[in-house]
Design a protein around this ligand. Structure first.
Ligand SMILES: *[C@@H]1O[C@H](CO)[C@@H](O)[C@H](O)[C@H]1NC(C)=O
Ligand SMILES: *[C@@H]1O[C@H](CO)[C@@H](O)[C@H](O)[C@H]1NC(C)=O
Ligand SMILES: *[C@@H]1O[C@H](CO)[C@@H](O)[C@H](O)[C@H]1NC(C)=O
Length: 439
């Protein structure tokens, strides 16, 4: 009898797992609507993705320093586009549409710490944030708010001991174990309070409240998981960009490994598994967690001293490689269709030079990620090393999320997936692959 019961419990556990992983949170950076030519993501192309997405997250709104109000970062666009997007409810009644605040788009050089200042603000001032959010959401037909606060980041650290010659000026900035936020503990308590107050106001108004943990915002410092998760509908872990050519100019490595590649002196928390475990071990229900992946890759410039193998950690890189055309201002960032076009096999093509294709290295262990490279030529030019999640690896991550019983996946963002089908003819291959492997 006991055995039977155990079996039943086991089976129930299993069906629980297979029921989970149903969320597909799709981030939509509204800047992609303003891009030129093939990079422009028009509403028609967006709608194609919405047969797969359960949630659409409109990026991004900003935080007004001083008054702490939520406001549109681009009024000319948003005054019509907010409603164009929430108007998709008519065709996709099940779809939840949220507005996200922050997300690395709310850059204000005169107030770089405004999100911390919001946490430190008094109750009256925080009420401005709550009231203005509810007003903006309701007036424009959003279902809720996603908090993607730009809180202070982990400092990068080099794996290799020696310092290369190129980036000496960055040495002070990028090494050493100094404390990023001496008041982190206080800010953590303040964040919990703010979210509690938001939750109370929002649940009365039937609005959702979600959290995006941005890359390199350290959950240990800012998120009191046991107190926080009951106040949130779900949490999206942006578990990528652990390393980037801007943060780690001197050496290239997997930007979003699933597990810790433990042979070299890497930091133990810069991988998906660690981040997921952190939330689960702190009693966040698995179904409230969505695993985030990037539909773009990061490219470093290789030097003659970086070697030919490309095996990470790749030494003596020279910061970001020139970025793609699609997201023009982002150094060292390539969207999936741009990556795909560089990987095209062409046996007559040259091995070296600016136009030579990249050699793809597939991670057969399925633990760390794929990468591609083109060694530098005799003059030290045109070397490139690229870390990315392609549709295959996105599928591996989706299967991982499912195996951990997570609520689902989050894609950052639709505008960097191949929404035109330029790569293989299939549109949104990353979104599709995730959907397929979540089951
Ligand atoms: C709260 O903060 C605001 C803005 O800094 C300030 O103007 C106001 O006087 C403060 N209110 C109280 C009750 O301290
Ligand atoms: C936060 O940073 C500390 C020290 O850098 C690290 O030990 C810890 O694991 C990090 N926490 C998370 C959740 O990444
Ligand atoms: C292959 O590369 C060569 C040399 O760069 C180029 O001339 C040719 O057009 C390429 N072929 C294809 C199918 O892209």
């Amino acid at each position: 009898m006991r055995l039977l019961l155990l079996c039943l419990v086991g089976l129930l556990g299993l069906t629980d797992l297979t029921r989970a992983a149903s969320n597909l949170i799709c981030y939509y950076d509204s800047a992609s609507y303003l891009r030129q030519g093939l990079a422009k993501l028009a509403p028609n192309d967006l709608e194609l993705a919405l047969q797969f997405c359960t949630h659409l997250v409109y990026g991004y709104a900003g935080l007004k320093p001083g008054t702490n109000e939520l406001f549109s970062l681009n009024v000319d666009l948003d005054m019509f586009h907010y409603k164009d997007i929430t108007g998709l409810h008519a065709r996709f009644p099940q779809l939840k549409i949220l507005l996200s605040v922050g997300g690395d788009h709310d850059v204000d050089e005169t107030h770089p710490n405004k999100y911390v200042e919001l946490l430190e603000a008094n109750r009256t001032s925080q009420q401005n944030f709550i009231d203005s959010s509810m007003f903006l959401l309701k007036r424009n037909g959003f279902d809720g708010l996603d908090l993607a606060f730009q809180l202070p980041r982990n400092k990068p650290r080099k794996v290799h001991g020696s310092i290369g010659g190129y980036w000496k000026q960055f040495k002070k900035l990028f090494t050493g174990d100094f404390v990023v936020d001496p008041q982190a503990e206080q800010h953590r308590a303040q964040f919990t309070d703010l979210v509690g107050n938001l939750h109370q106001a929002f649940s009365n108004a039937n609005l959702m409240l979600t959290l995006t943990v941005l890359p390199n915002v350290n959950s240990t410092w800012y998120f009191d998981v046991p107190k926080l998760h009951p106040q949130l509908d779900y949490i999206n872990l942006a578990a990528f960009d652990f390393l980037t050519p801007l943060r780690n100019p001197e050496e290239a490595d997997y930007t979003a490994p699933l597990h810790l590649p433990d042979e070299q002196n890497r930091l133990p928390h810069l991988n998906v598994e660690f981040q997921v475990n952190y939330w689960l071990h702190n009693h966040c229900p698995a179904h409230k967690l969505n695993l985030g992946i990037a539909s773009y890759g990061r490219a470093w410039q290789l030097t003659k001293n970086s070697g030919l193998s490309g095996l990470p950690v790749v030494p003596e890189t020279y910061g970001p490689a020139p970025g793609g055309l699609q997201i023009a201002s982002a150094e060292g960032l390539l969207s999936w269709p741009e990556i795909c076009s560089k990987l095209v096999q062409n046996s007559t093509a040259l091995y070296r030079g600016a136009a030579a294709p990249l050699r793809k290295v597939t991670d057969l262990s399925q633990k760390y990620g794929n990468y591609a490279l083109r060694p530098a030529d005799e003059n030290g030019d045109h070397g490139l090393w690229l870390s990315y999640d392609d549709p295959d690896f996105a599928g591996i991550k989706a299967a991982y999320a499912k195996s951990r019983g997570l609520g689902g996946m989050a894609v950052f963002d639709l505008g960097c997936d191949d929404f035109r089908g330029l790569c293989t003819g299939q549109k949104y291959p990353i979104v599709r692959s995730i959907k397929y492997f979540m089951g």
